[in-house]
Design a protein around this ligand. Structure first.
Ligand SMILES: [Zn+2]
Ligand SMILES: [Zn+2]
Length: 599
């Protein structure tokens, strides 16, 4: 085990931690930071108090390596005076590549810039925030700080990779710590997994709120209610680095409490066996099913490896005390149908998931039939529309009654903030600047416009690989480092060869195309601007290229993004060869999004 982490102890003194909470009096004994400065750096200073300021002012630098211009694979590096920390290290599923492999952030840029973060801070346990840690951490060997649930999930990943878990440290929501020039506090916010935290990061004179994923939920079901005062006490922050996922959505997200009531009502209507399909990490949803099952006299069984894994970690942390003893799946046949509820993965129509096998009549321990019901307590992830449609058709053929986001919209709630929530949080923390992350280009753009309408400066939509400087003159892009995609293949991270690896030799420059599409009744259509990023490639007329691309999308029939990419590839290469002076090496990323609703 010790070879894997280089035999080096990560239990070093580079990162110092404190259990200080606002209002605490005693400075932590091991901290070298004096209390007034430490307190003032995370919360605004009392102007009457004399404090020691650092003599030299350095700019803060931000280097996002994932999550910008796309949803997934979040990783942001923060630098101050030659010291760096990393926030999150997630992966993304490349729906448009054959066999939908995982993509992880490219490690090359920090390596060539000589950046090794002194610590990695995880905001929460979703795969787009922790999924790449086991792949990238061996290069860094730094301490990893995570709240208990995310730490538990990381330990499982480390075990699978044969890595020793010593670097993983638990930090409780509300705690603060220091790491070199950086001071951080974990501030809990509701989300669709427990213990999601925003990070208040201070370095030099800069105070940044990195929001992570969040929503304002008055009834989150699991975890503490939102502490608005804690956020008001931060005002004014200099910079908010914020979740853009639902920035185009007007209004306010629904509450988990409302979803729980809708689930209880729906379950009470069902007569035969019931399968509830939801995301495994949504512990609040599992609690909601447990409550509804208790009320309706049903016993619970779990289907799906990720569901079993998540429930076992969450249970160990005391999150699922309402969950009654589970019925082993092979005993389901002994129970009368009206006493059964199964919580299963597979809401996205994944071919190997339990729900798909049930729909195909291939599950070894349970058969669905007329009178049974399936409740989809999850929304369709864009790009999965057609596999989900096929799954539902199969279930209906078996005579199963379906409840989903279309006939019962109250059965799911998003975990990300809509416009009214963004406005509320920003009115609390009063940021001077915004850097929109965690979103595709159009999410980032709408987020910027919303911020500007509130008087917040939002001059940039960052892309992965942008070196951004933040100082008294605001936010500036200093450099752009191209990020060729890195794919997990046969248990290793490899550079993805691009669109036509066979003949890529002798190409001039590189061209990265990010194509956002949405499912239509008949096929796919482009939604928002095509993103073209070229390095050293000959120029391209973007307008005529976009027009041509739209015609192609219109004509192609494809069920999945991978099929769409496969069909698009030859004509795309042909068009580019005809219209560019020299053919560059080409990377195409097709991303599915849902049509924004402005109802
Ligand atoms: Zn999340
Ligand atoms: Zn996320």
């Amino acid at each position: 085990m010790s070879e894997k982490n280089g035999g080096r102890s990560v239990a070093d003194s580079r990162t110092q931690r404190t259990r200080h909470r606002p209002g605490d009096c005693e400075p932590p004994p091991q901290s070298r930071i004096v209390k007034p400065y430490f307190q003032g750096i995370l919360y605004p200073m009392d102007p009457t108090r004399v404090t020691v300021r650092p003599r030299h002012r350095h700019p803060l630098r931000l280097l996002p390596l994932g999550g910008c211009g796309e949803i997934g694979m979040n990783l942001t590096l923060y630098g101050y005076a030659d010291e760096w920390i990393a926030v999150d290290c997630g992966m993304m599923i490349r729906q448009d590549l054959p066999d939908t492999p995982l993509q992880v952030p490219n490690f090359e840029t920090p390596r060539t810039l000589g950046i090794t973060p002194r610590a990695l801070f995880i905001t929460h346990g979703h795969e787009d925030h922790i999924g790449a840690v086991a792949w990238l951490w061996p290069h860094w060997q730094c301490p990893i700080y995570a709240t208990p649930l995310a730490a538990g999930l990381l330990r499982l990943k480390f075990a699978e990779h044969g890595l020793a878990p010593n670097a993983i440290r638990v930090i409780e929501p509300g705690e603060a710590l220091s790491s070199g020039a950086f001071t951080l506090r974990y501030l809990p916010l509701p989300h669709s997994i427990p213990e999601s935290c925003a990070l208040m990061i201070a370095a030099g004179r800069q105070r940044v709120l990195h929001t992570g994923d969040w929503k304002l939920d008055p009834d989150p079901l699991v975890g503490p209610a939102l502490d608005a005062e804690q956020f008001r006490a931060l005002a004014p922050v200099d910079l908010v680095v914020g979740d853009s996922t639902n920035a185009p959505v007007p209004g306010h997200s629904a509450s988990e409490g409302d979803v729980a009531r809708a689930l209880a009502e729906t379950l009470a209507e069902c007569r035969g066996r019931v399968v509830v399909s939801c995301f495994a990490s949504n512990i609040a949803r599992i609690v909601a099913v447990a409550r509804a099952a208790n009320q309706t006299g049903r016993r619970i069984s779990l289907m799906g490896r990720s569901m079993e894994r998540m429930v076992s970690v969450a249970r160990g942390l005391g999150y699922l005390e309402e969950l009654p003893p589970l019925v082993p799946i092979h005993d389901l046949g002994y129970l009368p149908p009206h006493e059964v509820v199964v919580i299963a993965t597979g809401s996205q129509g994944e071919p190997r998931a339990a729900l798909t096998r049930l729909a195909q009549g291939r599950h070894p321990h349970m058969e669905l039939a007329t009178g049974d019901s399936v409740i989809f307590s999850a929304k369709a992830i864009p790009g999965n529309e057609r596999p989900i449609e096929r799954l539902k058709t199969r279930l209906e053929r078996l005579g199963v009654t379906l409840f989903d986001e279309f006939n019962r919209p109250a059965l799911h709630a998003t975990g990300h903030p809509a416009q009214e929530e963004l406005k509320t949080l920003y009115s609390w923390i009063k940021p001077t600047h915004l850097l929109p992350v965690h979103g595709e280009a159009r999410h980032q753009q709408v987020h910027r416009e919303l911020a500007e309408s509130l008087g917040i400066n939002a001059p940039l939509s960052p892309l992965n690989g942008d070196m951004i400087r933040y100082d008294e003159n605001g936010l500036h892009r200093e450099a752009r480092h191209p990020q060729p995609p890195c794919i997990v293949s046969q248990n290793a991270v490899v550079a993805h060869p691009g669109l036509d690896d066979a003949s890529a030799h002798g190409r001039r420059g590189s061209l990265h195309l990010a194509l956002p599409v949405t499912a239509t009744d008949t096929g796919w259509a482009r939604i928002g601007r095509l993103m073209l990023e070229s390095t050293g490639a000959s120029p391209l007329d973007e307008d005529s290229f976009s027009d041509w691309l739209d015609d192609q999308l219109d004509a192609i029939h494809a069920d999945t993004l991978a099929e769409l990419r496969q069909s698009l590839k030859p004509c795309l290469l042909g068009w580019l060869a005809e219209h560019m002076q020299h053919l560059p090496s080409i990377h195409l990323q097709i991303m599915a999004a849902e049509m924004p609703s402005f109802s």
